[in-house]
Design a protein around this ligand. Structure first.
Ligand code: AP5
Ligand code: MG
Ligand code: ZN
Length: 219
């Protein structure tokens, strides 16, 4: 099962990705999580990526495409994967297509989580994330069992630096200019499946699960 998650910042990609990864036993690959982990560990990749992420801009393709290909080349991706936050430009999508074609593979489905702009700010400002395992929480809609602590791994959860209002607005602009063209790109090849991301987390996952059942029997 090879799936791509698409949607604006705060649509719920990471939230659904965790549920899909667990429910369908496929690795969740989030370029954003990879960058944030590197930033917290102050690696050279993290230092470079931070310059762009803090401004709400895309990390350059030459960096992002290589780390994604490396990750997809690991053994755990042989029978499937779930990409969250990649591709984000038509160029990245073309590179992904070429990479998969070389392995005689293809994407099964692209899930677009549709959420109108008025929902986004509230979701982002209330969000808390775990840098260790990538889990996302919301102080109102999806709080952790113990305040400030990740349910999954027990690490501290924090507010993302790029969840400030001005950076969120820039990220929405970048999404509209650079990522939205991917909707057409995948629709033309009949891979796009659109979800109503304004429903509750559980309802969205139910819709996702019904759709994905055709690609693999749920465990
Ligand atoms: P990335 O981490 O991918 O950020 P994003 O795409 O902006 O998306 P978010 O993670 O902000 O939102 P999400 O859709 O995952 O929402 P979540 O599930 O957390 O990228 C960050 C940066 O890294 C980019 O700006 C860029 O600089 C760089 N980058 C990454 N990939 C790149 C690439 N390929 N190329 C170049 N640069 C790249 O949910 C949000 C909140 O809402 C949470 O609090 C959650 O609990 C809550 N929530 C979720 N679903 C619901 C629901 N149904 N109802 C109510 N609340 C909900
Ligand atoms: Mg995310
Ligand atoms: Zn965690």
């Amino acid at each position: 099962m090879k799936i791509v998650l698409l949607g604006p910042p705060g649509a719920g990609k990471g939230t659904q990705a965790k549920l899909i990864s667990k429910g369908f036993s496929i690795p969740h690959i989030s370029t954003g999580d990879i960058f944030r982990k590197n930033i917290s560990e102050e690696t050279p990749l993290g230092v470079e990526a931070k310059k762009f992420i803090d401004k709400g801009l895309l990390v350059p393709d030459e960096v992002t495409i290589d780390i994604t290909k490396d990750r997809l080349s690991r053994d755990d991706c042989k029978s499937g994967f779930l990409l969250d936050g990649f591709p984000r430009t038509v160029f990245q999508a073309e590179c992904l297509d070429d990479f998969l074609k070389n392995r005689e593979e293809d994407i099964d489905s692209v899930l677009l989580i549709g959420v109108p702009p008025e929902f986004i700010l509230e979701r982002m400002t209330g969000r808390r994330v775990c840098l260790n395992c990538g889990s996302s929480y919301h102080i109102g809609f999806n709080p952790p069992k113990v305040a400030g602590i990740c349910d999954v791994c027990g690490s501290e959860i924090i507010q993302r630096d790029d969840d400030k209002e001005t950076t969120v607005k820039e990220r929405i602009d970048v999404y509209e200019k650079s990522t939205q063209p991917l909707i057409d790109y995948y629709d033309k090849v009949d891979k796009l499946f659109t979800l109503d991301g304004t429903k509750s987390i559980e309802e969205v996952f139910e819709d996702v699960s019904k759709h994905l059942a055709q690609f693999q029997v749920k465990k």
